[in-house]
Design a binder for this molecule. Sequence first.
Ligand SMILES: [Zn+2]
Ligand SMILES: [Zn+2]
Length: 307
Amino acid sequence: MNFEVFSLGTSGMMPLPGRFLTSALVRREGELFLFDCGEGTQVSLKMLNLKWKHINRIFISHMHADHVTGLPGLLMLSSQVERTEPLYIYGPARLQEYIESSRRILDMYINYEIKVIPVEIGTIVENDEYIISCFPLKHTKQCYGYSLSEKRRPGEFSVEKAKALKVPMGPLWGRLQKGECVENSDGEIITPDMVLGPMREGRKFSFVTDTMYFPEIADYVHDSDILFCEAMFEKGLEEDAREKKHMTSEQAAMVARDSGSEKLCLQHYSPRYSDKELKLLLKEAKEIFPNTILTKDRMSFVIPLKD
Ligand SMILES: [Zn+2]
Ligand SMILES: [Zn+2]
């Protein structure tokens, strides 16, 4: 079961050569989830050779240009393939208006259904395998963070135990694995816990941008395997960051540490920093949270299964 995260753009405010605007893609079991869609998103998708025209769901943090200007082009180009499933796009209230006016004014040809869903805090997508939740951030306008969390999976099925308990091989094994009780060949009730190992933890990806620092972010993204978090400024500009409702890399590291997350991927850097100067942001974050990555465009990360 693959779970990969691709960084498509890591710049905040303006695109730079080699640093496109904010966007990240998660590929999990053949499904594609896009988080924000800044300018350049399509180019990174193309360079990574991802089959992006089949993106299943898009999540938008907020209605600032550096997070949504890639969207009209991406929606239009997605029409180059046949799709039967609608494309679901989640985000703040005015997202619908933005998409509708772009379609109308730009005469966009779109051959599939787009469903824009204004998000509310809490669970926004849930199925048997995962939950996608939305939480509030504190920015200069309404802004949301997102987490994609896999549900816990049943423990490993023990063939030896099943045989020893006289459960014949076949559909009864499958029912036990699904959590149902069955009857063995002696007519005794066998419960799933008699043949399954301990529950297996799911994996989690969280996406946080744009926001000022506040301690509750750590609760929202608790136990993330990968936390993509904005890191607009260095420690010395903390005042500036607070005023502009952004974070320093040190504050991003505090969120990672306090949330018990595994890996922190910095993103949404101020264009004031050259690639070389970004090392300072990394250094300051690592002092608080060593497992920090200075994310670059088109880096990818795999979250392994926890068995
Ligand atoms: Zn931004
Ligand atoms: Zn913003």
